[in-house]
Design a protein around this ligand. Sequence first.
Ligand code: TXA
Ligand code: MG
Length: 336
Amino acid sequence: MKTEILGTDGASLDRAAELLTRGAVVAVPTETVYGLAANAFDEKAVRRIFEAKGRPADNPLIVHIADISYLEKLSPCVPELAYKCAEAFWAGPLTMILPKKDIIPSVTSGGLDTVGIRMPVDKTARAIIKRCGFALAAPSANVSGSPSPTTFRHVYEDMNGRISAIVDGGDCSVGVESTVISFDDNKIRVLRPGFISPEELSEIADTVIDKGVLEQLGADAVVRSPGMKYKHYAPKADVTIIDSDRDSFKHYVRKNSDDATMLMVFSEADCEGLDIEFIEYGETAEEQAKRLFTSLRTLDELGAEKVYARCPKKSGVGLAVYNRLLRAAGFKVVRL
Ligand code: TXA
Ligand code: MG
Protein backbone atom coordinates (compact mmCIF):
# COMPACT_ATOMS: atom_id res chain seq x y z
CA MET A 1 0.00 0.00 0.00
CA LYS A 2 1.29 3.47 -0.84
CA THR A 3 1.19 5.70 2.24
CA GLU A 4 0.37 9.36 1.56
CA ILE A 5 2.29 11.92 3.62
CA LEU A 6 0.05 14.82 4.58
CA GLY A 7 0.72 18.14 6.30
CA THR A 8 -1.50 20.16 8.62
CA ASP A 9 -2.83 22.70 6.08
CA GLY A 10 -6.57 22.75 5.32
CA ALA A 11 -6.30 20.71 2.11
CA SER A 12 -4.28 17.99 3.88
CA LEU A 13 -6.78 17.79 6.74
CA ASP A 14 -9.63 17.55 4.21
CA ARG A 15 -7.80 14.67 2.54
CA ALA A 16 -7.24 12.92 5.88
CA ALA A 17 -10.95 13.23 6.69
CA GLU A 18 -11.89 11.98 3.22
CA LEU A 19 -9.74 8.87 3.64
CA LEU A 20 -11.12 8.23 7.14
CA THR A 21 -14.69 8.62 5.89
CA ARG A 22 -13.95 5.92 3.30
CA GLY A 23 -12.86 3.51 6.04
CA ALA A 24 -9.09 3.97 5.73
CA VAL A 25 -6.53 4.07 8.53
CA VAL A 26 -4.64 7.37 8.94
CA ALA A 27 -1.95 8.19 11.52
CA VAL A 28 -2.65 11.52 13.23
CA PRO A 29 -0.68 13.53 15.75
CA THR A 30 -2.06 14.16 19.24
CA GLU A 31 -0.49 15.97 22.20
CA THR A 32 0.54 12.64 23.76
CA VAL A 33 1.72 10.31 20.98
CA TYR A 34 0.68 9.72 17.36
CA GLY A 35 -2.53 7.69 16.99
CA LEU A 36 -3.53 5.17 14.34
CA ALA A 37 -7.02 6.42 13.56
CA ALA A 38 -10.13 4.98 11.90
CA ASN A 39 -13.89 5.49 12.17
CA ALA A 40 -14.74 4.10 15.63
CA PHE A 41 -18.20 3.01 14.44
CA ASP A 42 -16.99 1.17 11.32
CA GLU A 43 -16.08 -2.40 12.16
CA LYS A 44 -14.13 -3.01 8.97
CA ALA A 45 -12.10 0.16 9.35
CA VAL A 46 -11.27 -0.70 12.96
CA ARG A 47 -10.12 -4.18 11.96
CA ARG A 48 -7.61 -2.51 9.65
CA ILE A 49 -6.07 -0.77 12.68
CA PHE A 50 -5.57 -4.11 14.45
CA GLU A 51 -3.98 -5.54 11.28
CA ALA A 52 -1.63 -2.60 10.67
CA LYS A 53 -0.46 -2.65 14.27
CA GLY A 54 -0.39 -6.40 14.84
CA ARG A 55 -2.47 -5.81 17.95
CA PRO A 56 -4.14 -8.63 19.91
CA ALA A 57 -7.93 -8.47 19.31
CA ASP A 58 -8.75 -8.35 23.03
CA ASN A 59 -6.88 -5.08 23.62
CA PRO A 60 -9.48 -2.28 23.29
CA LEU A 61 -8.98 1.03 21.47
CA ILE A 62 -9.53 4.53 22.85
CA VAL A 63 -12.31 6.48 21.13
CA HIS A 64 -11.43 10.12 20.44
CA ILE A 65 -14.02 12.89 20.36
CA ALA A 66 -13.88 16.65 19.76
CA ASP A 67 -16.99 17.67 21.66
CA ILE A 68 -18.13 16.81 25.18
CA SER A 69 -21.72 16.24 24.02
CA TYR A 70 -20.42 13.06 22.37
CA LEU A 71 -20.01 11.42 25.78
CA GLU A 72 -23.71 10.62 25.89
CA LYS A 73 -23.71 9.28 22.36
CA LEU A 74 -21.09 6.73 23.35
CA SER A 75 -22.10 5.85 26.92
CA PRO A 76 -25.54 5.06 28.38
CA CYS A 77 -24.63 6.33 31.85
CA VAL A 78 -22.03 9.00 32.45
CA PRO A 79 -21.41 9.46 36.19
CA GLU A 80 -21.24 12.94 37.71
CA LEU A 81 -17.60 12.29 38.55
CA ALA A 82 -16.79 11.79 34.85
CA TYR A 83 -18.22 15.22 34.07
CA LYS A 84 -16.12 16.72 36.86
CA CYS A 85 -12.98 15.12 35.42
CA ALA A 86 -13.89 16.24 31.90
CA GLU A 87 -14.40 19.78 33.14
CA ALA A 88 -11.05 19.79 34.91
CA PHE A 89 -8.87 17.99 32.34
CA TRP A 90 -10.50 18.02 28.89
CA ALA A 91 -9.53 18.76 26.25
CA GLY A 92 -6.35 16.96 27.26
CA PRO A 93 -4.46 13.72 27.94
CA LEU A 94 -7.11 11.94 30.03
CA THR A 95 -9.03 8.80 28.98
CA MET A 96 -12.13 7.76 30.93
CA ILE A 97 -13.46 4.18 30.86
CA LEU A 98 -17.27 4.15 30.82
CA PRO A 99 -20.03 1.66 29.99
CA LYS A 100 -20.48 1.56 26.21
CA LYS A 101 -23.50 1.86 23.96
CA ASP A 102 -24.10 -0.63 21.12
CA ILE A 103 -23.21 2.03 18.55
CA ILE A 104 -19.57 1.14 19.35
CA PRO A 105 -18.78 -2.19 17.73
CA SER A 106 -17.31 -4.89 19.89
CA VAL A 107 -14.09 -4.92 17.78
CA THR A 108 -13.40 -1.35 18.91
CA SER A 109 -13.81 -2.22 22.58
CA GLY A 110 -11.88 -5.49 22.38
CA GLY A 111 -15.03 -7.39 23.32
CA LEU A 112 -15.54 -5.43 26.57
CA ASP A 113 -18.80 -3.73 27.52
CA THR A 114 -16.91 -0.53 28.35
CA VAL A 115 -15.18 2.06 26.19
CA GLY A 116 -12.23 4.41 26.79
CA ILE A 117 -13.06 7.96 25.72
CA ARG A 118 -10.66 10.87 25.28
CA MET A 119 -10.93 14.40 23.96
CA PRO A 120 -7.47 15.43 22.72
CA VAL A 121 -6.37 19.05 22.93
CA ASP A 122 -4.04 18.87 19.90
CA LYS A 123 -5.31 21.25 17.21
CA THR A 124 -4.68 18.93 14.27
CA ALA A 125 -6.34 15.95 15.94
CA ARG A 126 -9.39 18.03 16.81
CA ALA A 127 -9.64 19.54 13.33
CA ILE A 128 -9.60 16.06 11.78
CA ILE A 129 -12.25 14.66 14.17
CA LYS A 130 -14.45 17.71 13.50
CA ARG A 131 -14.11 17.34 9.74
CA CYS A 132 -15.02 13.65 9.98
CA GLY A 133 -18.12 14.17 12.10
CA PHE A 134 -17.62 10.76 13.74
CA ALA A 135 -15.44 9.59 16.61
CA LEU A 136 -12.01 8.14 15.86
CA ALA A 137 -10.72 4.94 17.40
CA ALA A 138 -6.97 5.30 17.78
CA PRO A 139 -4.31 3.30 19.57
CA SER A 140 -0.73 4.56 19.57
CA ALA A 141 0.67 4.41 16.00
CA ASN A 142 3.49 1.96 16.72
CA VAL A 143 3.78 -1.68 15.79
CA SER A 144 2.45 -3.62 18.80
CA GLY A 145 5.13 -4.02 21.46
CA SER A 146 7.51 -1.28 20.29
CA PRO A 147 7.84 2.18 21.87
CA SER A 148 4.99 4.62 21.12
CA PRO A 149 5.72 7.14 18.33
CA THR A 150 6.23 10.75 19.37
CA THR A 151 7.64 12.07 16.06
CA PHE A 152 6.67 11.78 12.40
CA ARG A 153 9.78 9.71 11.75
CA HIS A 154 8.80 7.09 14.35
CA VAL A 155 5.40 6.66 12.69
CA TYR A 156 6.96 6.48 9.23
CA GLU A 157 9.40 3.77 10.37
CA ASP A 158 6.62 1.61 11.82
CA MET A 159 3.72 2.30 9.44
CA ASN A 160 4.95 3.29 5.98
CA GLY A 161 3.34 0.90 3.49
CA ARG A 162 0.83 -0.42 6.03
CA ILE A 163 -1.73 2.42 6.20
CA SER A 164 -3.33 4.96 3.84
CA ALA A 165 -1.75 8.16 5.18
CA ILE A 166 0.32 9.81 7.87
CA VAL A 167 -0.38 13.39 8.96
CA ASP A 168 2.94 15.03 9.88
CA GLY A 169 2.21 17.28 12.85
CA GLY A 170 5.78 17.51 14.16
CA ASP A 171 6.83 16.29 17.61
CA CYS A 172 4.25 15.48 20.29
CA SER A 173 4.38 17.93 23.19
CA VAL A 174 3.64 15.51 26.07
CA GLY A 175 5.41 12.38 24.85
CA VAL A 176 3.69 9.72 27.00
CA GLU A 177 0.19 8.38 26.41
CA SER A 178 -2.89 9.66 28.20
CA THR A 179 -3.78 8.85 31.80
CA VAL A 180 -6.41 6.07 31.73
CA ILE A 181 -8.94 6.05 34.58
CA SER A 182 -12.07 4.19 35.59
CA PHE A 183 -14.60 4.98 38.29
CA ASP A 184 -15.66 2.80 41.18
CA ASP A 185 -17.84 3.92 44.11
CA ASN A 186 -17.08 7.59 43.60
CA LYS A 187 -13.38 6.83 43.46
CA ILE A 188 -11.03 7.36 40.56
CA ARG A 189 -8.85 4.38 39.69
CA VAL A 190 -5.69 5.05 37.67
CA LEU A 191 -5.19 2.17 35.24
CA ARG A 192 -2.37 3.83 33.30
CA PRO A 193 -0.53 6.91 34.61
CA GLY A 194 0.05 9.80 32.21
CA PHE A 195 0.54 13.55 32.10
CA ILE A 196 -2.54 14.11 34.30
CA SER A 197 -1.12 12.88 37.60
CA PRO A 198 -2.80 11.01 40.49
CA GLU A 199 -2.07 14.08 42.63
CA GLU A 200 -4.15 16.26 40.28
CA LEU A 201 -6.93 13.67 40.06
CA SER A 202 -7.13 13.42 43.84
CA GLU A 203 -8.20 17.05 43.93
CA ILE A 204 -11.40 15.94 42.19
CA ALA A 205 -12.07 12.71 44.17
CA ASP A 206 -10.33 9.94 46.11
CA THR A 207 -7.86 8.38 43.74
CA VAL A 208 -6.34 4.90 43.87
CA ILE A 209 -3.52 3.64 41.72
CA ASP A 210 -4.25 0.21 40.29
CA LYS A 211 -1.83 -2.55 41.27
CA GLY A 212 -0.96 -3.15 37.60
CA VAL A 213 0.68 0.30 37.31
CA LEU A 214 3.76 -0.64 39.33
CA GLU A 215 3.68 -4.42 39.53
CA GLN A 216 3.91 -7.23 37.07
CA LEU A 217 0.52 -8.92 37.23
CA GLY A 218 0.52 -12.66 37.84
CA ALA A 219 -1.34 -15.02 35.50
CA ASP A 220 -4.35 -15.18 37.84
CA ALA A 221 -4.55 -11.43 38.66
CA VAL A 222 -7.58 -9.25 37.85
CA VAL A 223 -6.61 -7.27 34.76
CA ARG A 224 -8.69 -4.09 34.65
CA SER A 225 -7.04 -2.80 31.51
CA PRO A 226 -5.99 -5.41 28.92
CA GLY A 227 -2.99 -3.29 27.84
CA MET A 228 -1.37 -3.99 31.21
CA LYS A 229 -0.76 -7.64 30.51
CA TYR A 230 1.14 -7.18 27.25
CA LYS A 231 4.86 -6.64 26.81
CA HIS A 232 5.42 -3.02 25.97
CA TYR A 233 7.82 -0.34 24.85
CA ALA A 234 10.51 -2.95 24.64
CA PRO A 235 13.75 -2.03 22.88
CA LYS A 236 15.99 -4.89 21.74
CA ALA A 237 18.47 -4.06 24.49
CA ASP A 238 18.24 -5.64 27.90
CA VAL A 239 17.24 -2.67 30.09
CA THR A 240 17.69 -2.51 33.88
CA ILE A 241 16.49 0.39 36.02
CA ILE A 242 18.92 1.41 38.75
CA ASP A 243 16.94 2.96 41.60
CA SER A 244 19.59 4.83 43.54
CA ASP A 245 21.36 8.14 44.01
CA ARG A 246 23.93 9.32 41.47
CA ASP A 247 27.00 8.01 43.28
CA SER A 248 25.61 4.50 43.76
CA PHE A 249 24.50 4.49 40.11
CA LYS A 250 28.02 5.31 38.97
CA HIS A 251 29.56 2.74 41.28
CA TYR A 252 27.17 0.03 40.04
CA VAL A 253 27.60 0.67 36.33
CA ARG A 254 31.39 0.91 36.62
CA LYS A 255 31.42 -2.60 38.07
CA ASN A 256 28.83 -4.15 35.75
CA SER A 257 29.38 -2.66 32.29
CA ASP A 258 30.99 -4.10 29.18
CA ASP A 259 31.56 -2.94 25.56
CA ALA A 260 27.92 -3.23 24.53
CA THR A 261 26.57 -1.37 27.57
CA MET A 262 24.90 2.03 27.29
CA LEU A 263 23.52 4.32 29.95
CA MET A 264 20.26 6.20 30.03
CA VAL A 265 20.85 9.13 32.33
CA PHE A 266 19.16 12.38 33.34
CA SER A 267 22.17 14.48 32.34
CA GLU A 268 25.88 14.16 31.58
CA ALA A 269 26.72 14.71 35.24
CA ASP A 270 25.37 11.21 36.00
CA CYS A 271 28.21 9.59 34.09
CA GLU A 272 31.10 12.01 34.49
CA GLY A 273 34.35 10.08 34.67
CA LEU A 274 32.79 6.90 33.28
CA ASP A 275 33.96 5.80 29.85
CA ILE A 276 30.57 4.41 28.78
CA GLU A 277 28.28 5.60 25.97
CA PHE A 278 25.15 7.32 27.20
CA ILE A 279 22.02 9.15 26.20
CA GLU A 280 20.40 11.87 28.27
CA TYR A 281 16.66 11.76 28.75
CA GLY A 282 16.21 14.89 30.78
CA GLU A 283 16.27 16.21 34.33
CA THR A 284 12.63 17.08 34.92
CA ALA A 285 9.78 14.58 34.74
CA GLU A 286 8.22 16.60 31.90
CA GLU A 287 11.42 16.44 29.83
CA GLN A 288 11.75 12.74 30.56
CA ALA A 289 8.17 12.11 29.43
CA LYS A 290 8.86 13.93 26.21
CA ARG A 291 12.10 12.14 25.47
CA LEU A 292 11.53 8.64 26.84
CA PHE A 293 10.24 6.90 23.73
CA THR A 294 12.73 8.59 21.40
CA SER A 295 15.49 7.50 23.77
CA LEU A 296 14.31 3.88 23.71
CA ARG A 297 14.29 3.92 19.90
CA THR A 298 17.73 5.55 19.80
CA LEU A 299 19.19 2.79 22.00
CA ASP A 300 18.16 0.27 19.34
CA GLU A 301 19.59 2.38 16.53
CA LEU A 302 22.91 2.57 18.37
CA GLY A 303 22.95 -1.20 18.84
CA ALA A 304 22.92 -1.17 22.63
CA GLU A 305 22.73 -4.67 24.10
CA LYS A 306 22.65 -3.85 27.79
CA VAL A 307 21.27 -0.62 29.22
CA TYR A 308 21.34 0.78 32.74
CA ALA A 309 18.81 3.54 33.26
CA ARG A 310 18.60 6.04 36.07
CA CYS A 311 15.27 5.75 37.83
CA PRO A 312 12.73 8.57 37.35
CA LYS A 313 10.88 9.89 40.38
CA LYS A 314 7.62 8.08 40.97
CA SER A 315 5.28 11.01 41.51
CA GLY A 316 3.55 13.50 39.21
CA VAL A 317 4.31 12.86 35.54
CA GLY A 318 7.34 10.89 36.77
CA LEU A 319 4.99 8.02 37.64
CA ALA A 320 4.06 7.73 33.95
CA VAL A 321 7.73 7.73 32.93
CA TYR A 322 8.53 5.08 35.56
CA ASN A 323 5.54 2.94 34.49
CA ARG A 324 6.70 2.90 30.83
CA LEU A 325 10.36 2.36 31.70
CA LEU A 326 9.42 -0.54 34.00
CA ARG A 327 7.75 -2.28 31.06
CA ALA A 328 10.67 -1.50 28.75
CA ALA A 329 12.90 -3.11 31.39
CA GLY A 330 10.65 -6.15 31.80
CA PHE A 331 10.28 -5.03 35.47
CA LYS A 332 14.02 -5.42 36.21
CA VAL A 333 14.94 -2.92 38.92
CA VAL A 334 18.09 -2.89 41.03
CA ARG A 335 17.50 -0.97 44.25
CA LEU A 336 20.66 0.33 45.93
O1 TXA B 1 -2.60 9.15 24.58
C1 TXA B 1 -3.19 8.12 24.25
O2 TXA B 1 -3.99 7.54 24.98
C2 TXA B 1 -2.90 7.59 22.83
C3 TXA B 1 -3.34 8.64 21.82
C4 TXA B 1 -3.26 8.15 20.41
O3 TXA B 1 -4.62 9.10 22.14
N1 TXA B 1 -3.54 6.33 22.63
C5 TXA B 1 -3.11 5.19 23.22
O4 TXA B 1 -3.85 4.07 22.87
O5 TXA B 1 -2.18 5.14 23.98
P1 TXA B 1 -3.32 2.59 23.15
O6 TXA B 1 -4.33 1.73 22.47
O7 TXA B 1 -1.93 2.44 22.75
O8 TXA B 1 -3.51 2.40 24.70
C6 TXA B 1 -4.81 2.37 25.27
C7 TXA B 1 -4.77 1.69 26.60
C8 TXA B 1 -4.52 0.21 26.48
O9 TXA B 1 -3.67 -0.17 27.54
C9 TXA B 1 -5.90 -0.40 26.64
O10 TXA B 1 -5.85 -1.69 27.17
C10 TXA B 1 -6.58 0.59 27.57
O11 TXA B 1 -6.07 1.86 27.21
N2 TXA B 1 -8.04 0.61 27.35
C11 TXA B 1 -8.71 1.05 26.26
N3 TXA B 1 -10.03 0.84 26.39
C12 TXA B 1 -10.21 0.24 27.60
C13 TXA B 1 -11.34 -0.25 28.33
N4 TXA B 1 -12.57 -0.19 27.83
N5 TXA B 1 -11.13 -0.80 29.54
C14 TXA B 1 -9.90 -0.89 30.07
N6 TXA B 1 -8.78 -0.44 29.43
C15 TXA B 1 -8.93 0.11 28.22
MG1 MG C 1 -0.03 1.76 22.81
